[in-house]
Ligand binder design. Structure first.
Ligand code: ADP
Ligand code: MG
Length: 627
């Protein structure tokens, strides 16, 4: 299997010259930028000393966009122009956005499911890529001011789950922000790098990442500088925000505030709830002082005991994906050597305790869970920028969903199975279905199900100019290649003629985490019925092929090579197959094909003899002995 060797672009650079590079954690809730200075990786603060930049952008007329805390303050009063959680929209279409269930208050522009969702703001339409670029610009500026020079490049982290379109959108945002992307790095891998697990560490690591709105669990295998993401799972609608909501609901109940309270009151309560939650990470009680503008006053407190009872079901919800990731990796809890905590929400002592219990190990928490991803990215950026010529690191990731191709009958042939280590290239040979076929349609799909209609269509292209041959004679090699950033390219080549065609898959929108989840779940639930459906389709396709070939043979040679009774026998079996092939029983179709095959065997043999004799008649022996 192809392993990625990260070369050292700076090997030839003059010694002691330090290339300025940075690692960026472009988070759903918060973003950070970090760099390596004097051998130490550290996150960079803004002028007020804040390291976290809330991933929020506010647009107003005639001024540059506001990013971060300042924008957050405007979220309540100007929600339509204040974009939060834009990461959820990256690389997705409007139809995806609408089906997420997450209510986003923006004014989306209808463009019939095509392309990126655009958001109408006072400064015009903005795409998620542009909005992310505004966040990245802020981080770029912060880094360049702090380091006193231009960045040669950055490493940006993405969830291990991100699909092709989401990764591409992230790269596009960086380009738009004027940043050179040295590499997209998976968040869990970055966390492992930050813990220095790359150096000497060996074994299996679980990276548990609970952020503001998402949960990811990844199982990494480490062997001296080699990282392999063995499996990933998660829940794209579970994070710190849900804990805030629970506390807010609890307060509303205690203070007798109606469920349908005004939006801005709920917003205010959520802020108070978040504050209380964060207090409880270091203290046993959090005082609550509710004074809403319309006269609602309530004083009370939340103890960590009460809080723990409230949140235990949420923490429990992260366990199922942990189990699934373990199962996908073919491991049990006892195989896990280390557990790493990532994401602001893992500051909660209860989370650490419960997850420690589950994995039967005290989790790593030495590095600030907010910063760990950015720090790992900075270390990687430093190496890729050529500042550590002696350090070699291999980073391996996996593709989250199987990549396949549509074959006859709408059946999916998987070419790169899910959780295959990337970068990877896999080829498979296909052939033509009909005599004289000169083109082949290649349909690239993503998903776990057996039938094309249950998978996601990624791209279509055609291979033209195949020399006319009998069905089954052409050899078309289709190669799927996924690069280190997780981007797919597909090529097809007809081996006898050498004609070739290829495509870089850059779908206009991709899958979101919970859609990936759903597809995985579906595939497990439907495994049996899918294999049944696949089997049936395959038999139907085979029946069509046999019927077509037989009809062509009868037209060509039936007249002179078939006896009358023989013709009647064949015809009756042929009709039998025709009448049952649209049915639902693959076994019955198979049997009918076999029977048809049996009655046509003599005819086929005679045709073979005949065509050989035909080829030889009228030619002298000399012709065959000539070279
Ligand atoms: P993301 O990866 O989604 O950008 P972060 O990793 O920055 O998110 O996590 C943000 C979440 O962490 C927020 O919900 C925030 O309330 C929560 N958080 C931050 N600090 C603490 C703390 N001390 N205790 C509990 N939760 C915290
Ligand atoms: Mg994060």
């Amino acid at each position: 299997m192809a392993l990625l060797q990260i070369t050292e672009p700076g090997k030839s650079a003059t010694p002691h010259h330090h290339n300025l590079a940075a690692g960026i954690d472009l988070g759903t809730t918060n973003s950070l930028v970090a760099t390596v200075r004097s051998g130490l990786a550290e996150t960079l603060p803004d002028i007020e000393g804040h390291h976290l930049l809330p991933s929020i952008v506010h647009y107003a007329k005639d001024t540059p966009p506001l990013v971060g805390t300042a924008a957050k303050l405007l979220a309540q009063t100007d929600p339509l122009n204040t974009i939060v959680s834009v990461k959820r929209l990256m690389g997705r279409g409007l139809s995806d956005v609408k089906t997420t269930g997450t209510r986003l208050p923006y004014d989306f522009i209808e463009n019939e499911g095509q392309g990126m969702p655009m958001i109408r703001t006072v400064v015009g339409e903005r795409s998620p890529v542009q909005i992310s670029a505004d966040i990245l610009k802020t981080l770029k500026q912060r880094a360049e001011e702090s380091l006193g020079g231009d960045l040669v490049g950055v490493v940006i982290t993405v969830p291990a789950y991100f699909d092709d379109a989401q990764r591409q959108a992230t790269k596009d945002a960086a380009t738009l922000a004027g940043l050179k992307v040295l590499r997209l790095l998976n968040e869990p891998t970055a966390a492992a790098v930050a813990y220095g697990l790359d150096q000497e560490a060996k074994g299996i690591h679980a990276i548990y990442d609970l952020g503001g709105g998402t949960f990811d669990i990844s199982i990494l295998r480490l062997q001296r500088g080699v990282f392999e993401v063995m499996a990933t799972a998660g829940n794209s609608a579970l994070g710190g925000d849900d804990f805030d909501r629970l506390i807010a609901q609890w307060i509303m109940q205690k203070a007798g505030i109606a469920d349908d309270a005004e939006h801005r009151h709920i917003r205010e309560l959520l802020d108070i709830a978040q504050c209380a939650k964060e207090t409880l990470s270091t203290q046993d009680t959090a005082p609550l002082n509710i004074q809403l503008t319309d006269g609602i006053n309530w004083q009370g407190e939340l103890t960590s005991e009460q809080f723990n009872t409230l949140i235990d079901p949420l923490i429990q919800k992260t366990i199922a994906p942990c189990r699934r990731a373990l199962r996908d990796a073919g491991l049990t809890i006892d195989d896990i050597n280390e557990v790493v905590m990532v994401g602001g929400s893992t500051r909660m002592p209860r989370v650490r305790q419960k997850i420690g219990d589950f994995f039967k190990r005290t989790p790593h928490v030495n590095i600030d869970p907010d910063e760990v991803v950015a720090i790992g990215a900075a270390i990687q950026a430093d190496i890729l920028a050529g500042n550590k010529p002696d350090n070699e690191m291999l980073l391996l990731d996996v593709n989250p969903l199987s990549l396949g191709i549509e074959t006859m009958g709408g059946v999916v042939e998987k070419i790169i199975p899910r959780n295959t280590t990337i970068p990877v290239a896999r080829a498979q040979d296909f052939t033509t279905f009909k005599d004289g076929q000169i083109a082949m349609a290649i349909h690239v799909v993503q998903g776990e199900r057996e039938l094309v209609l249950d998978c996601r269509s990624l791209a279509r292209f055609e291979l033209r100019g195949i020399p006319p041959m009998v069905a089954g004679a052409a050899r078309i090699r289709v190669t799927y290649q996924v690069d280190a950033d997780g981007l797919l390219s597909v090529s097809a080549k007809e081996e006898t003629s050498g004609i070739q065609s290829e495509i870089i898959v850059k779908p206009s929108y991709g899958l979101q985490d919970n859609e990936i989840e759903r597809m995985l779940k579906d595939s497990l639930e439907h495994a049996k019925e899918d294999s049944f459906a696949r089997n049936l389709r395959e038999q139907q396709v085979e029946a069509d092929r046999v019927i077509n070939a037989l009809r062509a043979a009868i037209t060509a040679d039936g007249q002179h090579l078939l006896k009358h009774q023989e013709f009647l026998d064949i015809n009756s079996k042929l009709n039998e197959l025709l009448s049952i092939k649209e049915g639902k029983n693959a076994k019955v179709i198979k049997k009918a094909i076999e029977q048809l095959d049996e009655v046509t065997q003599d005819f086929a043999a005679r045709r073979m003899d005949h065509s050989i004799r035909h080829a030889m008649t009228g030619r002298s022996v000399d012709e065959f002995t000539e070279n």
